[in-house]
Every structure is written in C-alpha cells, then in structure tokens.
Write a protein that binds this ligand. Structure first.
Ligand code: ZN
Ligand code: ZN
Length: 349
C-alpha cells in the first residue's frame, strides 16, 4: 500500500491522493447463500467517520453464524468481517482523533449509544443500541470500510497486517473471556481455534497450566496446542487427571457445557465465549452443585481493547494464519466450518 501523501480536501473530506477509490466487497444478500463479489461506489466518510483501506481481515466463527442466519436482525445485504487491519484513507468532517495514513484495527463493537444504563455503567459491551461491524454495519470483507473512529484502535505504524488481524476479535474476545474465567492456575480451553491459540499463549505467559480440548481424533489440533505450551491436550470427552480451576468454551457446541462442568473443581467456572451455541443438553444438578458457575461473555469494551493491545507485545503473541484472496472468502468460511484450518483464516483484498 503506497504512503498516503499528499492529502487534500474535497467537500470538507480529507482524502489521500489515490482519490480514485475503487471498492470491491464480498456481500451476503440472504443468509444461507454464498457471498458474492461486487463493485461498490466510492465510499465517502460522513461526519464522525473514517474510511479505511483494508490490508487484511480475519475470518471469525461469528461470520459463519451471520452467513448462516443464526444471528437475528443482521443488516442485509451485509459485508461481513470484524477483524480488520488497514490504513486510514480519508477522514470525515468533525473527525479529529485519527488522521490519514494511520494504521488501525476495527473490531466487532462498531458503535454504542453512550446513553443506556450499560454504557453509563462502563459495560458498553452490553449496550441496548449497539452497531456491530460485519453484522449490523458493513465490515472488512472488502477493499474499504467506513468506521467510527471512536471504536477504531490505533495500531503501531508498522507490523504484519495478516498476523494482527485475528487479534481484533479472536484476541480481544479471547482476552475478555480469559479475564472472566478468573485467575485459576489450571485452565481448560475447548475448541482450539483462532481464539484459543492466542489465549493459550497469554495463559502460559501468566504462568498457568493450559489444558486443550479438541474434537476427538484431532491429533493435529492437539499437537498445535502442545506446541503453543499446553501442558495437556486431548479430546473434549477426556478427563485430565487433575480437576481444572476454570474452562473456556470457544466451540459452538452446547454439549461442551456439561462436559466442562465435569472437569472443573468445586467453585470452578465455565465461560461460554461464543455468540451462538447449539442447545445445552440437560444435565444432573450435581454437575453444577458446589458453587460451580456457568457464565457467558458478550462482545467487548474499548477498555478491553486498550488493555489487550498493551499486553500483546509483552506476551509476544504469534498468530498462526492461513491467507485467502478476498474473492475466496466463501472457501475460507467453508474451511473454518469444516475444521480444515489451523489457527485463523485471513482475507487479503
Ligand atoms: Zn448503550
Ligand atoms: Zn469475532
């Protein structure tokens, strides 16, 4: 991507010299259908918006839920994608915080109302009137995306864009779920994909023992977990020799809730970190008895992001990625769906 100088002003909008923006996007028209590649008119940032030229966009399991119609009230047509890394290409009027050329990341939380009780109580992840990138506002499966600069993270000027993309959701939600799990030493991670492979690195850095649970027979996934420092890796139905203090479930499989309750100690906690899960089967009360807890984690706050991006360089997080050209987004989604990926899929426009 060329450096973005000089800049000039058109209709009060600060734009770079590569003014002839030619936007392409992968668009979902109806749930259940493949995405189609479309050309779009030049996007122009309005008041309080920035235009970002996308360098890389991660593919998250939530995108699958959007594409499959498992999440209600998606904006349609929608451009999915909420793990966006790129550079500011134009800045709308009344937008001071970010300027042309900056390297930024755009996460799932696209905007909040700032007024509801959750926003006022510092729990903006639960806002009553939020916008979510790639779900209720257009996201990063595109060459360009418009974003609210208040919900855009400034990234270091240089860095590997592909490696950074999964940090924007797998990393961020992973970090929030890890905090919600408490500070127990022995932590189980169910579903060793994009989020778990980042969280495992943080947990090891914190001096915890990581227990990785994968689909039965997924030897490659279990090896991957051990390579990242997991002390134990096995199938979801397996039971490690010692009870765990807490567990986080990233796979969208409700049956993992009772499975995880079986392996946590008295007073232990099971965190459900996905936005969607198949039904949780009924289970005997004694699995919950003795003050075990089951909680869910929803979305992220900007404070989570600031905290997380501070620890990324301290931990030295390395992400494992498989890249796809933007036009092959459907293949990336299908590989994620079928568990044919190690680490995270990333689209490059
Ligand atoms: Zn709100
Ligand atoms: Zn996500």
């Amino acid at each position: 991507m060329p450096l973005l100088d000089p800049v000039f002003i058109v209709d009060n909008v600060l734009v770079c010299q590569c003014e002839d923006v030619d936007m392409r996007a992968m668009v979902l028209r109806h749930p259940g259908e493949p995405l189609s590649l479309v050309d779009r008119p030049d996007p122009r940032p309005c008041n309080g918006e920035v235009l970002v030229r996308v360098s890389a966009c991660g593919v998250c399991r939530t995108d699958l839920h959007v594409v499959d119609g498992e999440l209600p009230h998606a904006k349609l047509p929608i451009v999915p994608g909420h793990e966006v890394v790129g550079h500011i290409e134009a800045v709308g009027p009344d937008t001071q915080a970010l300027s042309v050329g900056m390297r930024v990341g755009i996460p799932w939380l696209g905007q909040t109302c700032g007024q509801c009780r959750y926003c006022r109580e510092g729990r903006e992840n639960l806002c009553d009137r939020p916008l979510f990138t790639g779900y209720t506002r257009d996201g990063g499966y595109a060459t360009h995306v418009l974003a609210d600069p208040s919900f855009t993270f400034r990234l270091p000027d240089s860095g590997d864009n592909v490696a950074a993309a999964p940090l924007l959701c797998a990393g961020l939600i992973g970090w929030r779920s890890l905090r919600m799990a408490g500070d127990g030493k022995r932590i189980g991670l169910y579903g060793f994909g994009a989020a778990a492979h980042i969280v495992a690195q943080i947990a090891c850095w914190q001096g915890r023992d990581v227990f990785a649970f994968t689909r039965a027979g997924d030897a490659a996934g279990q090896d991957f977990a051990r390579r990242l420092g997991a002390r134990w890796a096995g199938a979801s139905e397996d039971r490690p020799h010692e009870p765990l203090d807490c567990a986080i479930i990233y796979a969208p499989v409700g049956a993992l809730v009772p499975a995880a309750l079986k392996v946590v100690r008295k007073g232990g906690r099971v965190v459900c970190a996905g936005i969607h899960m198949s039904d949780i089967p009924s289970f005997p009360y004694n699995l919950l008895w003795e003050e075990r807890q089951v909680i869910s984690v929803a979305n992220l706050t900007r404070a989570d992001g600031l905290e997380f991006f501070e620890i990324v360089p301290k931990v030295g997080i390395r992400t494992e990625t498989t890249t796809y050209p933007l036009a092959r987004a459907n293949d990336a989604l299908s590989d994620l769906r079928n568990g044919r990926l190690t680490g995270a899929a990333v689209l490059i426009p």
